[in-house]
Design a protein around this ligand. Structure first.
Ligand code: GAL
Length: 645
């Protein structure tokens, strides 16, 4: 098992390196991650490749018994390159060129950037191919993060038009599928097609979705190209990864497609960042872990785990004593096998002066240092638990096409995909049930339950897969807007909503309304009264049982939440943004009926079960600032531990 810190020795005088390494070893660490922003340190002038500084770092690491994960440095290119080739700089939607400074300002479609970044990367990897101390390469850093996956430069425009030509072959095909007859937008040639930059009103929805797919293609294509280079040069003993950042559903690339050729997925776990007054909810953090485990369908690493407060210009919440440890345990529970803390020491200069590390500017090995020591010490005996695979009977499905379709047309200003996927996930999370968060393209036949939030793009093939799943006894929970659109992002014609799953759900939707601002809509049902936010569907049940009905003057009695038997299976439909207790009720019913392992715990106490052969372990995390009693034990605020059952 590897544990350690992200270490940037180049930020400090060389004379400090020995003492730093000793301090890192004192944590109980055996791995450092280095190098990912140090291009200039390796090629200070064009073609002057010099790895001697890192030779020294590696020699020192080796002398101290530390292994190394090396980050390839393409997330920050040198100033000389931007000066010589300004075309590598990406542009925002108004055509403003992103200045040198900051980071990740390269255009994924710049051929010049490809050439230079490929050259430094392959030279670096080749230089260290036989270095036993380097056990893994991290490609780039947080691809697409901080808005860097979007660019509207002329290189992107031209490549977009070629991408469309490859996809549609003829301009007539594209016109037909886009419906460009509307507003007289018919194109005579692919070279006439715009990027969706600001215009009067809004762009064609299919164009917007294709632009998103093209952005994804751009990131994936650059990644493939670079990974092929690294793979060709690296030593066989060296593994390959890249680090996934938070906010992955808000990005313009398909993460699952991006990681396919990696040995393992790495995630950067920051439950609180920047100006946040408090951490994101425990369920939301858990979902990020299940998403990352779902990318390759196996356990993963965390290569940046926060320890101190973080922020660029605004600093937010300070993790309380033991809270960062508890977040580490939560990650271990959900499938993290190896962990690095960000970062060894906060830097007194540069844009991340307020991204605090294990050690602060006083260079004293204080409270946070000791907390990391405890994590490394306490977790090591459980390596076999962390390595064991996680079995889940429930899959929460997402689809980037669908997410981008929503992004292009939000429909309700209160709509947020992150909130809607969490709404579905949270019901089961409250019962500590295992879930996989996976793309809809993945084979889901072996699961017992599918949670399918706001899946507005459903085509014939997907509807058949759903039907097959339910016929064979599966349970699906759909939420509002399911089945509205086809793969071209056009609305299905001549079918009742929810299109293509109407029979499955046993309902027809007569009318719909988006709930704006603080608008809520009353419903009444099995648990008394409740209210919808974001959206509401007015439903006529065909074969479905009604769980909740609308309770306003005009739609009183129309169904809002339903349950249908179909074949051997069951389909729930939630026709709006329902409150948590409704999802929890349904989750409970499903867990019991399907005999899926779950346990009821006090609010804020997460108990995640891991099975290793016949042995059972519970990873317990108290997410609250209160003491909690459970199952004969008392947990202090933010306490975390593993209990052998
Ligand atoms: C991460 C990033 C690091 C550092 C850190 C600060 O997103 O990968 O390089 O910026 O945030 O919290």
């Amino acid at each position: 098992m590897y544990v350690g810190v992200d270490y940037y020795p180049e930020h400090w005088p060389e004379s400090m390196m020995e003492e730093d390494m000793k301090g890192i070893v004192g944590l109980g660490a055996n791995l450092i991650r280095i190098g990912e922003f140090a291009w200039h340190k390796m090629e200070s002038h064009e073609g002057n490749f010099d790895f001697s500084y890192f030779d020294k770092v590696i020699a020192k690491a080796k002398a101290n018994g530390l292994k190394v994960m090396f980050g390839t440095p393409t997330a920050t290119f040198p100033a000389w390159l931007a000066k010589k080739h300004p075309s590598i700089l990406s542009q925002d939607e108004l055509g403003h060129v992103r200045a040198f400074g900051g980071r990740r300002q390269y255009c994924f479609n710049s051929l010049v950037y490809r050439e230079y970044s490929y050259r430094i990367t392959t030279k670096l990897v080749n230089h260290y191919a036989n270095e036993e101390t380097i056990i893994a390469w991290q490609f780039d850093n947080e691809l697409g993060h901080e808005g860097s996956d979007m660019c509207y430069c002329s290189q992107c425009h031209e490549r977009f038009q070629h991408y469309l030509e490859r996809t549609y072959e003829t301009i007539e095909q594209l016109n037909e599928r886009y419906g460009t007859i509307f507003w007289g937008q018919t194109y005579n040639d692919f070279s006439e097609i715009p990027m969706p930059t600001p215009t009067v009103t809004t762009h064609n929805p299919t164009l917007k979705l294709d632009w998103a797919r093209f952005r994804s293609f751009s990131v994936n294509d650059y990644t493939d190209y670079m990974l092929a280079g690294i793979t060709a040069e690296k030593g066989e003993h060296q593994l390959l990864t890249t680090n996934v950042s938070g906010g992955f559903f808000d990005k313009w690339f398909d993460h699952e497609r991006n990681v396919r050729s990696l040995d393992f997925v790495s995630y950067d776990n920051y439950p609180v960042w920047g100006g946040l007054q408090k951490p994101i909810p425990p369920a939301a953090i858990a979902l990020t872990h299940d998403f990352n485990r779902g990318l390759l369908g196996k356990n993963y690493w965390i290569v940046e785990q926060l320890m101190g407060a973080q922020g660029h210009n605004i600093i937010g919440y300070l993790p309380r004593p033991n809270q960062a440890k508890m977040w580490s345990y939560q990650a271990f529970a959900h499938g993290c096998t190896d962990m690095l803390y960000f970062r060894w020491r906060g830097m007194t200069k540069g844009a991340e002066q307020f991204c605090f590390g294990v050690v602060d500017q006083d260079n004293v090995y204080g409270r946070k240092y000791k907390e990391v020591q405890t994590v490394f010490h306490d977790i090591k005996p459980y390596e076999h638990v962390l390595q064991s695979p996680i079995e889940a009977d429930i899959a929460v499905l997402y689809d980037y096409d669908n997410i981008w379709s929503w992004r292009g047309q939000q429909q309700s200003e209160n709509f947020d995909f992150n909130q809607e996927i969490l709404r579905g996930y949270e019901g089961f999370y409250q019962y500590n049930a295992h879930m996989d968060v996976i793309p809809v393209s993945r084979d889901f036949t072996a699961y017992k339950v599918l949670v399918v939030p706001v899946m507005q793009i459903i085509d014939e093939a997907l509807s058949e897969r759903f039907q097959h799943f339910v016929e064979n006894g599966g349970t699906i929970i759909f939420t509002f807007r399911a089945g509205l659109k086809d793969r071209d992002n056009n609305i299905h014609f001549g079918k009742s909503l929810p299109c293509l799953i109407s029979d499955l759900a046993g309902i027809e939707i007569d009318e719909t309304e988006s709930l704006l601002g603080d608008c809520t809509s009353p419903i009444t049902g099995t648990r008394g009264t409740s209210a919808l936010t974001v959206w509401r569907d007015m439903i006529t049940p065909k074969t479905a049982e009604v769980l909740y009905t609308h309770d306003d003057a005009f739609y009183k009695g129309k169904a809002a939440v339903t349950k249908n038997q179909f074949g051997k299976g069951t389909v729930y439909y939630l026709g709006g943004g329902v409150e948590k207790n409704i999802v929890m009720d349904i989750a409970k019913e499903v867990l019991v009926e399907k005999q899926i392992y779950h346990v009821e715990t006090p609010e804020g106490l997460e108990v995640y079960r891991r099975n290793v052969g016949n042995q059972t372990y519970d990873v317990v995390c108290n997410h609250t600032e209160e003491q909690i009693a459970f199952d004969g034990e008392t947990y202090a605020p933010y306490e975390s531990k593993i209990r052998e059952k």
